[in-house]
Design a binder for this molecule. Structure first.
Ligand code: CDP
Length: 262
């Protein structure tokens, strides 16, 4: 099979990005009204929705931990999300991703505040173009914050790797498939504590640390986008509340004036 050229003479990637550039990211907070918290993300051509329910009493009861909440994650990829139709339902890949994301989130949430409960996180991948576990985890972090669940920090995630011998962040599908290595990580941006790290392929020790530094910086950028999206959403709500209050006061004043005149 002919090897695709992933980086051109000018050092640009197939979509024109430089090594450290992220794909465009759009975040919508609270797109769902019935979940306690939710987030929709478009990251490049990845489209992912995350929802959070809880904390609620852990069921079945034998799962309950008397000292803390448990975080259950279910990552699912829709059958229409990839080029070749995916068989619906869980498989080994989605079970693995659900497990590692659930564990990462459990280490971010202040689980000791909610003994015997369960926090349910659902991640639905509607369109996939590599990096979906990182997109899902980033969305889940926002959905947890949207649900008002206390965390040490909002986790942010990004994958990177090596393509055509060069270290780059945020692989797209062609790079993920034809590249030499893929390293997804999730961190707590404030402390840079690592919550998730997996690796596929080969990197030298020097390349590994070089990529880790780039990914930490990428996660800090993503964290800023997460916070901005949450602030925008709740600022909007605050503004509407303020407008309603001012409107209410105006009507009250008008009524008092009317009464005085009568
Ligand atoms: O999505 P992520 O990079 O976290 O996980 P992956 O297992 O490395 O998958 C990389 C990409 O391969 C996915 O994002 C999909 O675009 C694609 N894929 C696919 O086309 N069909 C599958 N059954 C699984 C993954």
């Amino acid at each position: 099979m002919e090897k695709i050229k992933l980086i051109d003479e000018k050092g640009k990637r197939i979509d024109g990005r430089g090594a450290k550039d992220l794909r465009p990211i759009k975040i919508k907070v609270h797109p769902l009204n019935r979940a306690d918290g939710s987030c929709y993300i478009e990251w490049g051509t990845n489209k992912v929705i995350a929802s959070v329910y809880g904390p609620k009493e852990a069921q079945p009861k034998h799962l309950q931990d008397p000292l803390r909440a448990i975080v259950r994650c279910n990552y699912d990829m829709a059958s229409f999300s990839v080029d070749e139709r995916k068989r619906p339902g869980p498989d080994r890949r989605s079970s693995e991703i659900s497990k590692v994301i659930g564990e990462a989130l459990e280490n971010a949430v202040l689980t000791n505040l909610f003994p015997r409960t369960m926090i349910e996180v659902n991640i639905e991948v509607l369109e996939a173009d590599a990096g979906t576990r990182c997109t899902g985890l980033t969305a889940a972090g926002i959905a947890l914050a949207d649900a008002g669940i206390p965390m040490r920090d909002i986790p942010a995630a990004c994958a990177g790797g090596k393509v055509d011998g060069k270290i780059v962040v945020d692989l797209r599908k062609e790079e993920d498939q034809a590249g030499d290595a893929d390293l997804p990580i999730a961190i707590l941006p404030r402390t840079k504590e690592i919550l998730l790290m997996q690796m596929d392929g080969d990197l030298s020790e020097k390349e590994f640390y070089e990529l880790l530094d780039l990914l930490a910086d990428a996660c800090i950028n993503i964290s800023e986008m997460q916070k901005k999206a949450l602030l925008d959403r709740y600022k909007q709500e605050e503004d509407v509340e303020e407008d309603k209050e001012t409107e209410g006061k105006k009507t009250e004043n008008k009524e008092i004036k009317k009464e005085e005149e009568e």
